[in-house]
Design a protein around this ligand. Structure first.
Ligand SMILES: O=C(O)CCC(=O)C(=O)O
Ligand SMILES: [Fe+2]
Length: 351
């Protein structure tokens, strides 16, 4: 899909009070989109806080206003790199970043849609995407393979600041949730390392939708809706966004969603996250519910690892980059050692 060929997301602000219509749209289109569902002022304050941490971490050009998000290309990294988690986990300690995931207006809307009490999952997520690093754009996927739990979980994606198309916002494949199953995912670079090929499923159509997002906008979609990010093709701007997930309080949760994001790559405990917080309101808040905890399904990532290994042996530079990241990041784990062995058996290639 080229950026130009994506259509425009349908705004639902005008029907926000009509729960039946919201449900019909969600059922029909597989998403709901709202302008300024979150307070633009609050998001802008959060933007400044997050980018100030990134500037201290060396990601922004020194001396520039952090709110502009002007990236230093020398610092570029992505999920899977230890340099990425070094700075990301500092951002992750901000109380305001977690608080926004509990926005009362957002929760109220989700509860109206689902007709029952809803909960923000503990694992909050931010994406901090460098410009012109487009091999690492989030590939086409369904969220279930990563976040699991139930198909009814709702992802809420919000840019932290204005996010015009060229900065690489999210695009959804309209109505794709109706496929009603988890499709086969394959190895890819980019967040999550898993890609689906909707063009192989005729019933899915090809109606990709996106928009020039503005500060406070939010896109909501269930776990089977196929979506992707657009490449950040700006000259020098970081793309900053949130993608949090919400579930019925009565639904089960996958065990890894109880942990801080990317803590399996670089250890980070909730006590560390909470160290500098001013209040306890959103600390360990999920413990008040008797959540049924499901073991993580690891088969999606395991088969992607096998695929990457095979591609690496065939000389595929992307697969080799992926394996090199794993080998560097976790030299002592089984997967890290296997990645190192596969690389030794692979013809040299550079990316
Ligand atoms: O922001 C991104 O690049 C990925 C976001 C995503 O896949 C999601 O919100 O589920
Ligand atoms: Fe996703």
């Amino acid at each position: 899909m080229s950026t130009e060929s994506a259509g425009e997301l349908l705004e639902s602000n005008d029907v926000a009070g009509d729960v039946e219509e919201l449900r019909v749209r969600l059922e029909e289109d597989g998403y709901l989109f709202f302008r300024e569902l979150l307070s633009p002022e609050e998001i802008l304050t959060l933007r400044r806080e997050m980018l100030t941490v990134m500037q201290a971490g060396g990601w922004l050009i020194a001396g520039t206003d952090p709110v502009e998000g002007i990236a230093d290309p020398a610092a570029r990294s992505t999920e899977g790199d230890l340099e990425y988690t070094d700075v990301y986990h500092k951002v992750y300690r901000l109380e305001s970043f977690h608080r926004i995931g509990h926005d009362p207006g957002l929760i109220e809307l989700l509860e109206k849609i689902r007709g029952c009490p809803m909960m923000s999952q503990p694992q909050k997520v931010a994406r901090l995407w460098f410009p012109k690093f487009t091999d690492h754009t989030t590939p086409v996927h369904q969220d279930f393979v990563h976040f699991q739990g139930t198909n009814d979980n709702l992802t809420c994606w919000s840019p932290v600041g204005d996010c015009p198309r060229e900065l690489g916002g999210l695009a959804v494949l309209r109505g794709s949730h109706k496929v009603n199953r988890v499709l086969e995912h394959h190895f890819s670079l980019g967040a999550g390392s898993l890609i689906v090929h909707p063009e192989q499923h005729e019933e899915l159509g090809s109606e990709w939708l996106t928009t020039d997002y503005r500060c406070g906008d939010t896109l909501i979609f269930p776990a089977l809706t196929i979506h992707r990010a657009l490449p950040n093709v700006t000259e020098d701007r970081l793309r900053v966004s949130l993608d949090n997930r919400y579930q019925r309080v009565s639904d089960p949760i996958a065990e890894h969603m109880l942990n801080p994001h990317l803590s399996s790559m670089s250890p980070l405990s909730w006590d560390e996250v909470y160290e500098d917080w001013g209040t306890e309101e959103y600390q360990y808040y999920w413990k008040q519910h008797q959540l049924d905890v499901l073991p993580k399904i690891t088969s999606y990532l395991e088969s992607a690892f096998e695929e990457a290994s095979e591609l690496s042996r065939q000389g595929d530079p992307r697969a080799q980059l992926h394996l090199r990241r794993i080998a560097l990041r976790e030299p002592d784990s089984d997967m890290g050692q296997q990645a190192a062995r596969v690389l030794e058996d692979s013809p040299t290639a550079t990316l």
